[in-house]
Design a protein around this ligand. Structure first.
Ligand code: ZN
Ligand code: ZN
Ligand code: ZN
Length: 175
């Protein structure tokens, strides 16, 4: 549990004094941030700080379990935002934009827009598997195909066929 040494309402008052409201309705925190791009604020005890968007949820809901993550719905809705450290939404503390989810759900949501390597599932970059209908990232598929034609299997080792071909070539060279 994130421990706050001052009443959440008091922190909230400090937070709302240091925000800018964007046209899209985000309340962007203008105070201190951490390396991942999220805002942080002192919790009232020396050296202790909390993430501002999590404080926003504690104020809204009364509590927040550490095992749950806070998802920025405004980020999910913004197709133009590629996410990461420079994502402005990470600074958003608008309680209406914050959704409490399990880490698994949060990962799943990320997967909805991006392949595991982070390529966007745009119409041009998306194909569907015939067997189970799951999405295929075209960029990754091309990269994997290029690797395979170089004689490397999925795991970066030569494929069985490539090994046979290499062995045959070796035999031909040494014959
Ligand atoms: Zn927002
Ligand atoms: Zn974003
Ligand atoms: Zn990909």
């Amino acid at each position: 549990m994130t421990t706050l040494y001052v009443a959440p309402e008091v922190l909230w008052e400090r937070i709302t004094k240091r925000i800018v409201i964007t046209p899209s309705g985000c309340w962007l925190w203008r105070g201190a941030t951490i390396s991942t791009g999220y805002g942080c604020i002192g919790t009232g005890k020396k050296g202790k700080s909390a993430l501002v968007h999590r404080v926003a949820v504690i104020v809204r809901d009364g509590a927040l379990d550490d095992a749950l993550t806070v998802d920025h719905m405004c980020h999910n809705a913004d197709q133009a935002c590629s996410g990461g450290v420079t994502c402005r939404h990470r600074l958003c503390v608008n309680p209406e934009h914050l959704d409490v989810v399990t880490i698994a759900v949060n990962t799943q949501r990320r997967m909805r827009d991006h392949c595991p390597k982070g390529h966007s599932y745009t119409p041009e970059n998306t194909k569907f598997r015939k067997d189970n209908g799951r999405r295929i990232c075209v960029t990754c598929q091309k990269a994997n195909a290029a690797k395979r034609t170089k004689g490397y299997g999925k795991r970066g080792r030569p494929s069985k066929a490539a090994q046979v071909a290499l062995a045959a070539r070796h035999l031909a060279d040494t014959a």
